[in-house]
Design a protein around this ligand. Structure first.
Ligand SMILES: NC(=O)c1ccc[n+]([C@@H]2O[C@H](COP(=O)([O-])OP(=O)(O)OC[C@H]3O[C@@H](n4cnc5c(N)ncnc54)[C@H](O)[C@@H]3O)[C@@H](O)[C@H]2O)c1
Length: 275
């Protein structure tokens, strides 16, 4: 894989580019960064200064057509739900496989259908990375057998809930103990907390579905990182998985494990072994 497209130039993308500089044996042949139009010149400057050696050729654009014309072997979305709506169906229908970080966007059934149709039409793949969590391989395997009971709990420090619906419902600065800020289905969690329920959405898609995946979101002043835990009950196996991840340095809402999961999606397309 020598031609890469990245949609978004925020916390995940810039950390990913920093990691790619270390991991790549040879520079990419081509890298396209898709950003918002108002940031093009700023992104250009940062790319030239900090990431010039990641690829032999670099394009910065806000135009999906340019991304497509650059014929990426893989596109990685790390931008948010608006960007999913704006770019991904077009990229998939043009035949380019896409790793999508903003998984919660798939709780919107109409958007999800349009992406699946686009992938079908383009004979491409929409790739859902494990993201901040792990064990998605086992969950998706157990689903093949049939019925699953799955419950998920996402615990983050109060600062990670700032700017969300929770900040309107409770005073996050005054919390002295862990407080459940949401309890319901993964679908409701993803639509009410789009930046904090990507893991709920990933687990729902891999396992019992958006309606049946019970979800609890918690603000905990004692939490030092972002904790994701889920339990699975199937006739074949039971398991509980708990990940305590450091938040990313650039965005408290994003667990740093997410960046490494996306890096894995890229490196799995470069080396001779997929793991
Ligand atoms: N799958 C997971 O487990 C998981 C975990 C954490 C975060 N995420 C998701 O990953 C995404 C990125 O996270 P982040 O921490 O890098 O966020 P961020 O806010 O730091 O960066 C997002 C970037 O995307 C850009 N952007 C927004 N809309 C765009 C558009 N239409 N076109 C081009 N660029 C656009 C923004 O300007 C910003 O630079 C978010 O949607 C987040 O919810 C997923």
């Amino acid at each position: 894989m020598t031609r890469l497209g990245i949609i978004g130039f925020g916390n995940i993308s810039t950390t990913l580019l920093t990691l790619l500089k270390d991991v790549l044996e040879d520079p990419l042949e081509h890298l396209t960064i898709v950003c918002r139009p108002e940031y093009e010149s700023q992104v250009n400057q940062i790319m030239r200064k900090d990431f010039n050696d990641v690829a032999l050729e670099i394009s910065i654009t806000s135009n999906t057509e340019i991304l497509i014309n650059n014929k990426p072997n893989l596109v990685v979305e790390c931008a948010g739900h608006d960007a999913v709506t704006e770019h991904i169906a077009q990229v998939l229908s043009a035949g380019f496989d896409t790793v999508m970080a903003s998984v919660g966007a798939l709780a919107d059934a109409a958007l999800a259908d349009s992406l699946y149709d686009a992938a079908h039409k383009g004979m491409s793949r929409l790739i859902i990375p494990a993201g901040a969590i792990g064990g998605v391989d086992l969950l998706a395997s157990l689903k093949k057998h049939g019925k699953l009971d799955v419950s998920y709990r996402g615990i983050k420090p109060p600062a990670a809930w700032s700017g969300t619906l929770a900040a309107k419902l409770i005073n996050l600065d005054d919390l002295s103990e862990e407080t459940v800020i949401f309890s319901g289905s993964a679908r409701e969690a993803a639509s009410s907390y789009p930046k904090n329920a990507n893991v709920a959405a990933t687990i729902a898609l891999a396992g019992a579905g958006f309606e049946a995946t019970q979800t609890e979101l918690v603000a905990d002043p004692k939490a030092t990182g972002n904790i994701h835990e889920y339990s699975v009950d199937s006739p074949l196996a039971h398991y509980t998985l708990r990940v305590e991840s450091q938040p990313s340095s650039g965005n408290a809402k994003t667990s740093v494990t997410t960046v490494y999961s996306i890096l894995r999606e890229i490196t799995n397309r470069i080396g001779p072994i997929v793991i």
